[in-house]
Write a protein that binds this ligand. Structure first.
Ligand code: CTP
Length: 483
């Protein structure tokens, strides 16, 4: 196979080839870029391996590109990185040991191209394309990587035990590539993952979470999660999720398997959104079902309060998995907490106030919440799903209508805590909070319009009635225009 034409489309390869020639070293495109070229996937990262010093070649390339191109050198690891236009090009000298970008082990032994290909993770990632004059564009594929791409197989180039002991994270990478590319994992490779999964304990949680997030972002993440589950890795890194698996039956009454249900919800949500955090909310929406599960002789299985309990579990799960403890986490917790609310509205006679409350509590996350909630409608019975979705659609329309009419998305009562303190000469205190809550409730219930004059008058009324606060003589001195 020859890729000369494809490489010529990008001038950077010409520059690298010339620099390598002038430095008298052989150079090859290797790894992900070569794989993605065959798969016709877009890729912005280029890995170059040369038989000699990767750092020297990077410097030579930067000099040729001219301008003020910086070379980031990682001396200990013998690698260097050049950024040019949108491209990130990493240069490395061929080596005898494992190639692993995150390894802290300094390199010691230089090697041949074959040595280097030997120590890469998968056959599909060990492909090299020559940049040398004598065979420019030729593919060097010692392990049948092209055939494995054709067969859609993830397989280690050496015995899997050897490849995985070089870097145990590769076990996660195998599942990640399978999930991203919709590939199978070769049986002996999968067996080795099952056998060696405990070795993941020496890998940092950050690297594991990176791979997990890539699985979550693949187009059908349930596949990656099934691989994680059956390899035994899921139980190691995320036992709360495996706990959802299984069905219990008492008195002929069974509940659904919440693990497979969760995966279905995750796939449903993923069809509609590629937001990582919404996908996380799908994964976690029923996470507290095992903790809240009860059997009631009259009504069967219940999971009362699993939404609140689940929301409370989010921070500790995020902390352990080294996910960000910021507003993204808050959004996930909020979605978990609210995930039953829209569907509950299907059953009730929907009142405007119930909708106003939901929109107020969901805030910016209302669209995500609706996607999650729609995705949560799963059943083996297609007719049931259809009927539910139809009813749900009515709720969605109603929400839209109320939201637009009352302009609620970023709802804040027009009379603020500041206003309350000023009006009654109060310092920050409980009573200010209580007044604010009363006012907000009245607006959400629809008793009072969210307009300054009406809200302010209501405030004066409840302040006097409930808290015996005197109405100030000048009623609305700092009158704001109604919003
Ligand atoms: N590699 C490896 N073992 C690792 C990490 C990386 O052998 N633990 C090698 C593989 O040859 C891989 C290349 O380094 O193709 C580049 O690694 P990386 O950028 O992490 O992966 P890509 O294959 O480029 O894929 P992606 O960009 O999707 O992560």
């Amino acid at each position: 196979m020859n890729f000369a034409d494809s490489l010529k489309e990008n001038k950077i390869f010409k520059v690298i080839a010339e620099a390598a020639k002038e430095s008298s070293v052989d150079a090859y495109v290797i790894g992900g870029f070569a794989r993605d070229l065959i798969l016709k996937r877009e890729s912005k990262d280029i890995d170059i391996v040369c038989i000699g010093s990767g750092i020297d070649l990077a410097n030579a390339v930067a000099a040729k590109l001219g301008g003020d191109i910086e070379v980031a050198v990682f001396k200990n690891f013998g690698t260097a990185m050049v950024k040019h236009d949108d491209w990130e090009i990493e240069f490395v000298g061929a080596r005898k040991e494992s190639y692993n970008r995150d390894s802290r082990k300094p390199i010691v032994e230089e090697g041949t191209l074959e040595d280097d290909q030997n120590r890469r993770d998968f056959t599909i990632n060990a492909l090299a394309i020559s940049l040398n004059a004598k065979d420019f564009g030729n593919l060097l594929d010692p392990f049948g990587g092209v055939e494995d791409i054709r067969k859609k197989i993830i397989k280690t180039p050496l015995q899997p035990e050897i490849t995985f002991s070089d870097d145990p994270l590769r076990m996660m990478r195998a599942l990640r590539f399978a999930s991203q590319l919709n590939f199978d994992i070769a049986p002996e490779t999968f067996e080795a993952i099952k056998k060696n999964k405990d070795r993941l304990s020496i890998v940092s949680m950050e690297r594991i979470a990176d791979e997990l997030n890539k699985i979550i972002l693949s187009s059908k993440p349930s596949y990656g999660f099934k691989l994680l589950f059956h390899s035994g890795i899921l139980d190691k890194i995320f036992p709360e999720l495996t706990e959802l698996q299984g069905v219990e039956t008492i008195d002929n009454k069974s509940h659904k398997d919440n693990f497979y249900h969760t995966l279905q919800v995750l796939d449903n949500v993923s069809k509609e959104s590629d937001d990582l955090w919404l996908r996380w909310a799908a994964i976690l929406h029923d996470i507290a079902k095992p903790a809240t599960k009860r059997f009631d002789e009259k009504i069967g299985w219940t999971f009362h309060g699993h939404e609140d309990r689940g929301a409370k579990m989010v921070p500790s799960i995020f902390r352990r998995l080294k996910l960000p403890l910021n507003e993204k986490m808050k959004m996930v917790a909020n979605l978990v907490r609210l995930h039953l609310r829209p569907i509950a509205l299907v059953k009730e006679n929907i009142t405007d106030s119930a909708i106003r409350r939901l929109v107020f509590e969901a805030g910016e996350d209302i669209n995500s919440l609706m996607i999650l909630c729609r995705g949560d409608i799963t059943s083996k019975n297609d007719l049931k799903v259809k009927k539910y979705l139809e009813n749900f659609r009515k709720v969605e329309l109603k929400i839209k209508e109320v939201e637009e009419r009352d302009n609620l998305r970023n709802f804040q009562p027009v009379v603020t805590g500041e206003d309350i303190m000023k009006t009654f000469g109060l310092k920050p205190s409980r009573i200010v909070g209580d007044l604010k809550t009363d006012l907000r409730e009245a607006i959400l219930e629809g008793h009072v319009k969210n307009e300054y004059k009406e809200a302010f008058e209501y405030l004066l009324e409840i302040a006097e009635k409930k808290y015996n606060l005197k109405t100030p003589s000048v009623k609305i001195s700092t009158k704001k225009s109604d919003q």
